[in-house]
Design a protein around this ligand. Structure first.
Ligand code: SF4
Length: 336
């Protein structure tokens, strides 16, 4: 089959748009969608200047999504002195898994000549995920601990590096899954939380997994640095194809502790829906974003900014409780 835009051979067919695209036109279409999202989300403020540039911290795990995002952002802003990129990698302490993806991160950062910082659970919290899984004092899924720790480090280091934005590589499938999960659980507060009213877009990444969905972690305000997900219009398969065609150093292996059973069910459901009704993921997100904006408005009106945040007695992080979720988990782990 030929490309719909030229006479070269198509490398992909997107059922939701009906388009067949060759390698060059496919790559250009992904770049275009990411750049459009950056523009529509207003990520580059009018007052950013080369003298006072914006710092964007990009969560770089070494997986295909974050590698593709970092690569596209780099090429988009390479000649634009108003934007400075910093890649931030979190090492969770998972034997045989994270070491390889950290290698991929280092390779990419070196290739693109961007600043790259690595922080580890071991140095920050004196825990490794492999030990957390062994001890499991709270009887939770591995991802429930891991998500809380990762969110803490991303937020904390984004602040430390003076970030104006924290960008993560969530793709369209991730987003549609999260939307469905929140909706099916009837979790309107979480839906509202996903909308960043100040920027008029989605801000939370829900990487603290299914197991902490109703946990007190929700009572904490962790995201002081605004978040953005410029890859969220691109389906997962297209991200993988982009990484492959552009020979990007992505590490594609599943974490041995991955434990999001519910997300797996939603994934299968979405896959089937998309097969039978192309465009389902896009329409879920269009409706969800509208719903989230309405929910955020309603929650803001009800609360009137009255929810008071104090400081965690242990680490000083903002929380509505005496001790934040991360410190409580660390206490349990160190006592086990
Ligand atoms: Fe952590 Fe779960 Fe991701 Fe593994 S799959 S790195 S345990 S959040």
């Amino acid at each position: 089959m030929d490309c719909d835009k030229c006479d070269r051979e198509a490398v992909m067919h997107a059922a939701y748009s009906g388009l067949h695209l060759c390698e060059d036109h496919f790559t250009a279409s992904v770049d275009k969608r990411v750049r459009r999202r950056v523009r529509e989300d207003g990520l580059v403020p009018d007052d950013a200047t080369p003298e006072d540039p914006e710092t964007w911290v990009v969560g770089l795990s070494g997986g295909k999504d974050s590698v593709v995002l970092t690569d596209i952002l780099h090429r988009t802003f390479e000649q634009d002195p108003r934007i400075e990129l910093v890649a931030l990698t979190i090492h969770e302490g998972i034997e045989g898994y994270r070491d390889k993806s950290v290698d991929a991160c280092e390779e990419l950062a070196e290739e693109l000549s961007i600043r790259h910082e690595i922080v580890t659970y071991e140095e920050e919290f004196d825990v490794r995920m492999d030990d957390v899984v062994e001890k499991d004092p709270e009887n939770m899924a591995a991802c429930a601990y891991c998500g809380v720790f990762r969110r803490d480090l991303l937020s904390r280091y984004a602040e430390e590096f003076g970030a104006d934005k924290l960008l993560t590589g969530h793709n369209l499938d991730d987003e549609a899954e999260t939307a469905l999960m929140n909706f099916l659980e009837g979790d309107v507060a979480q839906i509202a939380k996903h909308f960043d009213a100040s920027l008029g877009r989605f801000g939370d990444d829900r990487d603290d997994s299914e197991s902490s969905r109703s946990s007190p972690a929700r009572e904490e305000q962790e995201d002081f640095v605004p978040r953005a997900k410029p890859l969220r219009d691109v389906p997962e398969k297209e991200v993988a194809l982009y990484a492959h065609l552009n020979d990007l150093p992505a590490h594609i292996t599943e974490c041995p502790h991955a434990s999001e059973a519910y997300r797996g069910e939603i994934q299968s459901l979405l896959y089937q829906l998309e097969e039978n009704h192309p465009g389902t993921r896009h329409s879920i997100m269009a409706g969800y974003e509208e719903l989230a904006a309405l929910a955020a408005e309603e929650f803001g009106a009800r609360d009137g900014g009255k929810t008071e945040l104090g400081e965690c007695e242990r680490c000083g992080a903002s929380t509505t409780r005496d001790r934040c979720r991360k410190c409580s988990l660390l206490d349990s782990l160190h006592a086990a």
